[in-house]
Write a protein that binds this ligand. Structure first.
Ligand code: HEM
Ligand SMILES: *[C@@H]1O[C@H](CO)[C@@H](O)[C@H](O)[C@H]1NC(C)=O
Ligand SMILES: CC(=O)N[C@H]1CO[C@H](CO)[C@@H](O)[C@@H]1O
Length: 321
C-alpha cells in the first residue's frame, strides 16, 4: 500500500510541475518582451496612436473597449480582429460587437511593424500597447504593460459571452471572476467608462419604460433622463451620449462622481454606485483620483494577463496565417 501511495504522489508531483513550472515559463508575459527582437516596437505603436489621437480623441475609448472585448473571449489573443469568412462567423460579428471600432488603426500599426520586424510582434500585443498609450494620452497613468502574447487561431461569434449592460453587480462580478478578476478589479475597470459613449439601444429602456414599469429608472437623475429621452427620441439612427457626462474625454475618476450623482448612463454603471457590493469602493475611487489612476493601471495589467493557450504571430491581423 505504501509503495502505491508513493506512486500516486509522484504522478501528482509531476502534474503540479507541468501546471506550475512548465506552462508559465512558456507563456509568461514580460515587460519589454521585444527589446531584442524589435527594439522600436513600442515606439512605433506609440507614434501611430499619438497621430490618430491628435486627429480624433475618441480613439482612446475605442481601443479600451476593443481590448476588453478581446481579453474576455478566449483571452487577449486578438481573436476580435479576425474577419468573418464564408465558413466562419467571427467574434466581431457577434451581437455585442457592433460598435467596436478602430480596426483600421490596428492594421496601420501592424503594417508599420511588419516593415520594421517581420512576423515578430503579435496583434494581441498591438492592442494591449495601443490601449496603454491611448489611456496615457487621455490623462491616465502610463503603465508598463507586459508583452509576449500570441494571436489565437479561433474566433467564433457564438463564443462571445460578455457581461451585458443590464447585469446586476453580482452577475457582472461572476462574469469577471470567471476570467480571474475580482470585484475590486471590476469596479476599477468599469472606470474605463470615464471616456467614450453609449448608443441609445443600450440604455433607452432606462429613460422611458424601465423594466416594464412604464416609468424611467428611479436611480437616474430626472433631468438626465429627460435629456436622454429627447436624444433617443430624435429621428437620428441610434444616437449616442457620453458615458461620463462631465469630463467626457479625460481619463479621470469623474465617472465615479457622476454615478454617485445618479448620472450613470448604463444600468450597470449606476448599479455600481447603488449596490452595497460596490458602493464603498465607488466612494473611495470618487474621492481619490490618484487611487483610481494607480488601481486602473494595475487592473489593466491583470486583465491583459488573461492568456490564450496557444497561437501564432499573425502577418495580417484580420486572418490566421
Ligand atoms: C460589466 C462590464 C461592462 C459592460 C456591461 C459594458 C458595457 C458597455 C456598453 C453597453 C457600452 C456602449 C457601447 C456602444 O453603445 O457603442 C460600453 C462602452 C464602453 N466600454 Fe464598457 N462595459 C463593461 C466593461 C468595460 C471594461 C472592463 C472596459 C475597459 C477596461 C470598458 C470600456 C468601454 C469603453 C471605453 C466604452 C466606450 C466605447 C466608445 O466610445 O467607442 N467597458 N460598455
Ligand atoms: C465636473 O467635474 C469637476 C471636476 O473635474 C467638478 O469640480 C464639477 O463639480 C463637476 N461638475 C458636475 C456638474 O458634475
Ligand atoms: C458592425 C457589425 O459588424 N455589426 C454586426 C454585429 O453583430 C450582429 C449580429 O451578428 C450583426 O448583425 C451586425 O452586422
Amino acid at each position: 500500500m505504501e509503495g502505491f501511495g508513493k506512486y500516486y504522489f509522484k504522478i501528482i508531483l509531476f502534474m503540479l510541475l507541468i501546471l506550475h513550472v512548465y506552462v508559465p515559463q512558456t507563456l509568461a508575459l514580460q515587460i519589454n518582451f521585444y527589446s531584442k527582437t524589435c527594439p522600436n516596437a513600442e515606439t512605433i505603436v506609440r507614434q501611430i496612436v499619438q497621430q490618430r489621437f491628435a486627429a480624433d480623441k475618441s480613439v482612446a475609448a475605442a481601443l479600451l473597449r476593443m481590448h476588453f472585448h478581446d481579453c474576455f473571449v478566449r483571452g487577449c489573443d486578438a481573436s476580435i480582429l479576425i474577419d468573418t469568412t464564408s465558413n466562419n462567423q467571427a467574434e466581431k460579428d457577434a451581437g455585442a460587437n457592433g460598435t467596436v471600432r478602430e480596426y483600421e488603426l490596428i492594421d496601420q500599426i501592424k503594417t508599420a511593424l511588419e516593415r520594421a520586424c517581420p512576423q515578430t510582434v503579435s496583434c494581441a500585443d498591438i492592442i494591449a500597447l495601443a490601449t496603454r498609450d491611448a489611456v496615457a494620452l487621455s490623462g491616465g497613468t502610463r503603465y508598463n504593460i507586459p508583452t509576449g502574447r500570441v494571436d489565437g487561431l479561433i474566433s467564433r461569434s457564438s463564443e462571445v459571452n460578455l457581461p451585458g449592460p443590464t447585469f446586476t453587480v453580482a452577475q457582472a462580478r461572476q462574469a469577471f471572476s470567471n476570467r480571474g478578476l475580482n470585484l475590486n478589479d471590476m469596479v476599477v475597470l468599469l472606470g474605463a467608462h470615464t471616456i467614450g459613449v453609449a448608443h441609445c439601444n443600450f440604455f433607452q429602456d432606462r429613460v422611458t419604460n424601465f423594466q416594464g414599469t412604464g416609468s424611467p429608472d428611479p436611480t437616474m437623475s430626472p433631468s438626465l433622463a429627460s435629456t436622454l429621452r429627447t436624444l433617443c427620441g430624435s429621428n437620428q439612427n441610434n444616437p449616442s451620449t457620453f458615458l461620463d457626462q462631465n469630463t467626457s474625454f479625460v481619463f479621470d475618476n469623474e465617472f465615479y462622481n457622476q454615478i454617485r450623482k445618479n448620472r450613470g448612463i448604463l444600468q450597470i454603471d449606476q448599479e455600481l454606485a447603488v449596490d452595497s457590493l460596490s458602493s464603498s469602493t465607488v466612494a473611495n475611487l470618487a474621492a481619490n483620483n490618484n487611487l483610481f489612476r494607480q488601481s486602473f493601471a494595475n487592473a489593466m495589467i491583470k486583465m491583459g494577463n488573461i492568456q490564450a493557450t496557444s497561437g501564432e504571430i499573425r502577418i495580417n491581423c484580420r486572418r490566421k496565417n
